[in-house]
Write a protein that binds this ligand. Structure first.
Ligand code: FO1
Length: 315
């Protein structure tokens, strides 16, 4: 069977890892990675798209391996100099990373859409598959917390996810539409893969773009999700804390409940095998395998297993 055309839905670090594995195993024209932009923020007058950059740097082989975001070996002299000038420095933008934000901001100021600017940046970094924002419209994730409403990076980085959340909101989503390449992939892909990204604040904003949820609900091919919660803990970031504070089950079953009607199989880690029955009660298959991606080999192996699952899929 020819290789399937895959639409991968990604947030930041976890999304970037599986996107790299998929990119290694598929012809570039068979992979579109659609990325959350609800985390975007303006810093120092520059348009920063953290999740687009995490995916881009991973695919370009530039990622800082210690963090999963930012550029390997980066320095922070520009940020230090900005601090001396009285600017806020809590968001860790590196010197090399700054180049991406300067270039993106200039391309947007020249009249490009975020999709076009991203295509230009990824092409120059040698990326051959499509990396696309979920929308070209401004959408901003707001954490509603016991300390008030906080823009996502304020909540996540500046406040270290410490305030208790009571909800999340995606400002601007109602007026947004899927980016052109996202809309094409929703129509043309053979399968959808949800990368192991935070279901609330990474995948949530993508599903909040009008028309996306319905398109995925009615999608003809297999829809496979990888749980970002393993053994009751988030692989990275605040997913477990947020789900707990919202009264959701903090395990892969809680992830399954978020994807009811939008997913045909949830890939869970070996340590979560006991939850298979509860996942199948959510109307999806439970596929048990090793899901922790520490090495390049792990990323390629998990991606290969997902592609094989798709290739052999029958409902
Ligand atoms: N995450 C942090 O925890 N601290 C930072 O200072 C930080 C800076 C940063 C700069 C550029 C970039 O692309 C990402 C950065 N991130 C940082 C990660 C980012 O906040 C998260 O990956 C996402 O927004 C959540 O998916």
């Amino acid at each position: 069977m020819p290789q399937p055309k895959i639409l991968a839905i990604a947030g930041g670090v976890g999304g970037a890892k599986l996107a790299l594995g998929l990119a290694r195993g598929l012809p570039p024209e068979n992979l579109t990675v659609v990325v959350n932009t609800g985390d975007d923020e303006t810093f120092h007058g520059l348009h920063v798209s953290p999740d687009l950059d995490s995916v881009t740097y991973a695919l370009a082989g530039l990622t800082n391996p210690d963090t999963g975001w930012g550029v390997a070996g980066d320095s922070f002299r520009t940020l230090e100099a900005l601090g001396r000038l009285g600017a806020e420095t809590w968001f860790g933008l590196g010197d090399l990373d700054f180049a991406t934000h300067i270039r993106r901001t200039a391309l947007l100021a020249d009249g490009m859409s975020l999709s076009q600017a991203t295509a230009e940046i990824t092409r120059h970094l040698g990326i051959t598959c499509a990396v696309v924002p979920m929308t070209d419209a401004p959408v901003r994730t707001i954490a509603i917390t016991d300390s008030g409403e906080l823009a996502f990076q304020e909540y996540f980085v500046h406040r270290g996810c410490e305030p208790r959340i009571t909800g999340v909101r995606f400002d601007g989503a109602d007026a947004a539409q899927p980016s052109p390449a996202f809309a094409d992939a929703l129509r043309d892909a053979d399968a959808i893969v949800y990368c192991p990204s935070n279901p609330l604040v990474s995948v949530g904003p993508i599903l909040a773009v009008p028309g996306v949820r319905d398109s995925i609900a009615n999608f003809a091919g297999p829809r496979i999700a990888v749980s970002p919660i393993v053994g009751g803990q988030a692989l990275k970031g605040p997913a477990a804390k947020m789900m707990g504070e919202l009264g959701e089950e903090v395990n892969c079953v809680g992830v399954a409940r978020r994807y009811v009607g939008l997913c045909d199989a949830l890939v869970i880690d070996d340590v979560d095998r006991e939850h298979s029955g509860a996942i199948e009660e959510c109307g999806m298959r439970a596929v048990v395998t090793g899901t922790i991606m520490q090495t390049e080999f792990d990323k390629e192996r998990l991606a290969r297993e997902i592609v094989e699952l798709i290739a052999g899929w029958s409902r």
